[in-house]
Design a protein around this ligand. Structure first.
Ligand SMILES: NC(=O)c1ccc[n+]([C@@H]2O[C@H](COP(=O)([O-])OP(=O)(O)OC[C@H]3O[C@@H](n4cnc5c(N)ncnc54)[C@H](O)[C@@H]3O)[C@@H](O)[C@H]2O)c1
Length: 363
């Protein structure tokens, strides 16, 4: 069993535990001993894994309840958080008790936010079940919900007590969702580790076959990269912005499509657009740019989109991005594959050209 400690403000905040063998078989779940536990999950994941988790915890926890939400981003709302408070209060959950998020990023973000705010904060465990949540959203303590169509507009920083990842749950994850998660994995390679980005492409067949060893290797490296970035900047004041590579235009595209496309698919387009600006500035070469497109294409992720919403709409949405700093977009560019930096002088014209070329398929 591999363990990766994650530090916050110089102290170990929690561990990421990579499971082997039987699902949920980790001594770390002992932190639930004598506590009330609320498993928060969605109606896709509940029938697959909730019962096994409940059985694992029942012998030594004070009680184990299960709160099931309808699956999907459109349920990542304050209304659902309210419904969850409504389950915690009559079950007499207090500050010693735990919320356990079993699901993808939607569940992790929402359950984490409820844990951050219920009684001014109770502990929570992340059991991510999508590749995206294993490699990205479960690490770093960002929690929250969408509000009136604005993504992640209401939230809190709240570190989990434990992150438990078992790659075997990915056997039931649809291929399209798996690819969506790979977009963040490739992004990690592009911003921090060129060899890892290329390794991801080489492992494609093994990843789609849900090969345990390959998935474990990729997830481990991504967790190391994500953890090292968030450790250096836990409250997103500086370096953590590098994780937004591909996200300024990616988020805008996601919103302009009305969330019809998956997050990773839009991140793929956003990364290609950001790489395009890096190419135009002479930071990376044509060969690097072609390689970046190939990395995403290898996983059937889009690198161009003929039906892209109007460029002006996408540009307007980038300007409403939360990641603005003193009215200026903090845009992440590549110095080379494996090294990113934050630029505060990317112009609207550069973004316009990059988005236009995505539509023309020549990006
Ligand atoms: N907090 C952060 O730092 C952070 C970072 C990145 C993304 N996010 C958030 O993560 C969310 C996206 O997460 P996601 O891509 O995991 O989406 P998701 O949670 O909607 O899960 C995708 C789909 O897969 C299903 N599913 C989950 N695990 C499964 C499994 N093992 N087998 C079968 N089906 C399964 C879910 O029911 C859902 O239908 C977004 O809301 C995004 O804002 C947060």
């Amino acid at each position: 069993m591999h363990r990766l400690p994650v530090m916050c403000d110089g102290k170990k905040a929690y561990e990421i535990v990579m499971g082997e063998g039987t699902l949920f078989d980790a001594p770390d779940f002992d932190i639930c001993a004598g506590k009330r536990v609320m498993i928060v999950t969605d109606d896709h994941v509940a029938p697959l894994y909730a019962e096994a988790l409940k059985e694992r915890l029942l012998p030594f926890s004070a009680s184990v309840s299960c709160h099931v939400l309808p699956a999907g981003e459109r349920h990542k709302t304050l209304d659902e958080v309210r419904r969850l408070y409504g389950a915690l209060i009559p079950a007499r959950f207090d500050r010693n008790d735990l919320i356990l998020a079993l699901g993808g990023g939607v569940i992790g973000d929402l359950a984490g936010f409820a844990a951050a705010t219920y009684l001014r904060g109770i502990r929570f465990i992340q059991i991510p079940t999508t590749l995206l949540s294993m490699t990205d959203s479960s690490i770093g303590g960002k929690t929250g919900v969408d509000f009136d169509g604005y993504k992640n507009m209401v939230g809190a920083f709240h570190m989990p007590a434990l992150v438990y990842i078992h790659p075997d749950v990915l056997k039931t994850l649809p291929d399209r969702e798996l690819s969506s998660g790979i977009a963040e994995v490739i992004k990690h390679g592009l911003i921090r580790d060129a060899a890892y980005a290329e390794e991801t492409a080489k492992r494609r067949d093994e990843v789609f076959a849900r090969d345990h060893a390959s998935l474990t290797a990729l997830i481990r490296r991504s967790c190391e990269i994500k953890a090292s970035v968030v450790e250096a900047d836990p409250y997103e004041k500086g370096e953590r912005a590098l994780l937004n590579f591909g996200h300024t235009i990616g988020h805008a595209i996601e919103k302009a499509y009305g969330f019809r496309m998956l997050h990773g698919e839009c991140v793929s387009l956003g990364c290609v657009a950001a790489a395009r600006i890096s190419l135009r500035r002479g930071l990376i070469g044509e060969e690097d740019f072609a390689l970046i497109r190939e990395l995403f294409s290898a996983y059937r992720l889009p690198v161009s989109a003929k039906d892209l919403p109007p460029t002006e709409e996408i540009l307007a949405l980038t300007l409403s991005d939360k990641k603005m700093h003193a009215g200026q977009i903090r845009f992440v560019l590549l110095k080379r594959i494996g090294e990113a930096f934050v630029s505060e002088d990317v112009t609207k014209e550069e973004m316009r050209e990059a988005v236009d070329t995505l539509r023309e398929g020549t990006a």
